[in-house]
Design a protein around this ligand. Structure first.
Ligand code: F6P
Length: 405
């Protein structure tokens, strides 16, 4: 008989739980299992139509009405999950905060025959919490508030949950997951927990369904072989941007990540024109390598005027760090952080795009595809093609696709 499992997420609001739930569902469905997510927020919005459940007081532990209503919502979902498992479902995912031991005990008591695996999500990065809140406050339940009021309200909600949060300890099966870095801190798992190997593997893997990795089009600096700076696209670069827009006209692009440099943002002008589905997010983590004292110089000038720099970089391009700037070796951490941030913020969206730069895109590629470090600074990053990357547990695909001509 097919084994049954309840996965109960644990974590403060905006800690990445729903993204983890959605990845788990896709991954386990890929194994042929019937999986469903039971989200308490959705039930709340379903049954609390007549009053404002977005107000922070609703979440206060000392608000008896709020507590009783939230318990009722949890029970509704537990019952739905139990019905699902009885009627042929294999894995029920409970997507809710579940931060108190008492609530977790209710879950365990509700499923005496089915193992419960608690997955606690921790988002350690204040900047990401802020970005995640700014996404949450676009939900219709905040539409009557200004963005500032909605942010404040959401932060207060988080504080209420933080006040009753009790770390996982007495549960038989649990992992504590850092959802930014996909790393597991503490864990305790009994040998016979069904689907554990695949679930654990998924939790620590990057999961990207369709990442389109694009380099900005031609700039004035590219024509001169001049490095760094913040130059504009040339006319030819704008034509490339238009070609990219045509190529992606029928592909949904909910998230397009760019750097803080003009040339990457300019690529999105035609791409996102008239497309309200397209959200452009600038991440300085994707800024081009900082060439320090060589910024704004041409390669010829560097070779002529700063021959020792030219020679040292030629000797070991990966390890060489420009005086006052960066090297590939130091770029790695910043770019990896950008990738994690983009994956976190895009919340398992089916399609995402990153428009980056030559050195940055080399680092992004090598994040997904193993290359010896000495080869990374030489990966060919054309301006008329993009890399289509899929990286899930069951599918690893890399394709270089031409979009211009
Ligand atoms: O030439 C364009 C550019 O993006 C520069 O701004 C940057 O310094 C360079 O590419 C990185 O490539 P490489 O490491 O091969 O010099």
């Amino acid at each position: 008989m097919e084994k049954k499992l309840v996965i109960a997420l644990v974590g403060l609001p905006a800690s990445g739980k729903s993204t983890v739930a959605s990845k788990l569902k896709q991954c386990l469905e890929g194994e042929g299992l019937r999986v469903a997510i039971f989200n308490n927020g959705n039930v709340r919005r379903e049954i609390c139509r007549d009053f404002d459940s977005s107000c922070p007081y609703f979440y206060a532990p000392d608000n008896p009405e709020g507590v009783s209503l939230r318990n009722k919502i949890a029970r509704i979902n537990l019952q739905r999950a139990a019905d699902f498992l009885t009627n042929g479902g294999a894995v029920a995912i409970l997507d809710a905060t579940n931060v108190s031991e008492r609530r977790r005990q209710v879950i365990k008591d509700f499923f005496p025959e089915v193992p419960v695996f608690f997955v606690e999500c921790i988002n350690p990065d204040p900047e990401l919490v802020a970005a995640s809140i700014s996404r949450k406050i676009r939900l219709p339940e905040f539409s009557h508030l200004t963005p500032d009021q909605a942010t404040q309200s959401f932060r207060e909600r988080i504080r209420h949950y933080a006040n009753i949060h009790e770390p996982l300890a007495h549960e038989k099966n649990f992992v504590v997951l850092d959802t930014l870095h996909n790393t597991i801190g503490r864990e305790q798992v009994q040998a016979l927990l069904p689907y554990y190997p695949i679930v654990r593997d998924l939790l620590v893997s990057d999961w990207v369904r369709n990442l389109y990795l694009v380099r900005h089009g031609e700039t004035a600096y590219n024509l001169d072989m001049r490095i760094g700076g913040d130059s504009d696209l040339t006319v030819h670069g704008l034509v490339q941007a238009q070609a990219l827009a045509w190529h992606f006209a029928d592909i949904p692009l909910p998230y397009v990540f760019v750097s803080a440099k003009k040339r990457t943002l300019q690529m999105t002008e035609s791409l996102c024109h008239g497309r309200p589905d397209c959200r452009v997010v600038a991440l300085p983590e994707f800024d081009e390598i900082n060439a320090g004292v060589c910024e704004n110089m041409t390669y010829d000038q560097i070779a002529r005027d700063l021959p020792e720099i030219h020679a040292a970089r030629t000797r070991d391009k990966y390890a060489y760090v420009y005086p006052g700037g960066e090297g590939y070796i130091t770029l790695k951490d910043r770019v990896e952080r950008g990738v994690k941030k983009a994956l976190f913020l895009s919340g398992n969206a089916e399609h995402i795009m990153i428009i980056g730069h030559q050195a940055v895109n080399r680092m992004i590629l090598s994040h997904f595809l193993f290359r010896r470090t000495e080869d990374v600074p030489y990966i060919h990053i054309p301006q008329d093609r993009y890399f289509h990357i899929t990286s899930t547990q069951s599918r690893k695909v890399f394709e270089l696709v031409k979009f211009n001509g």
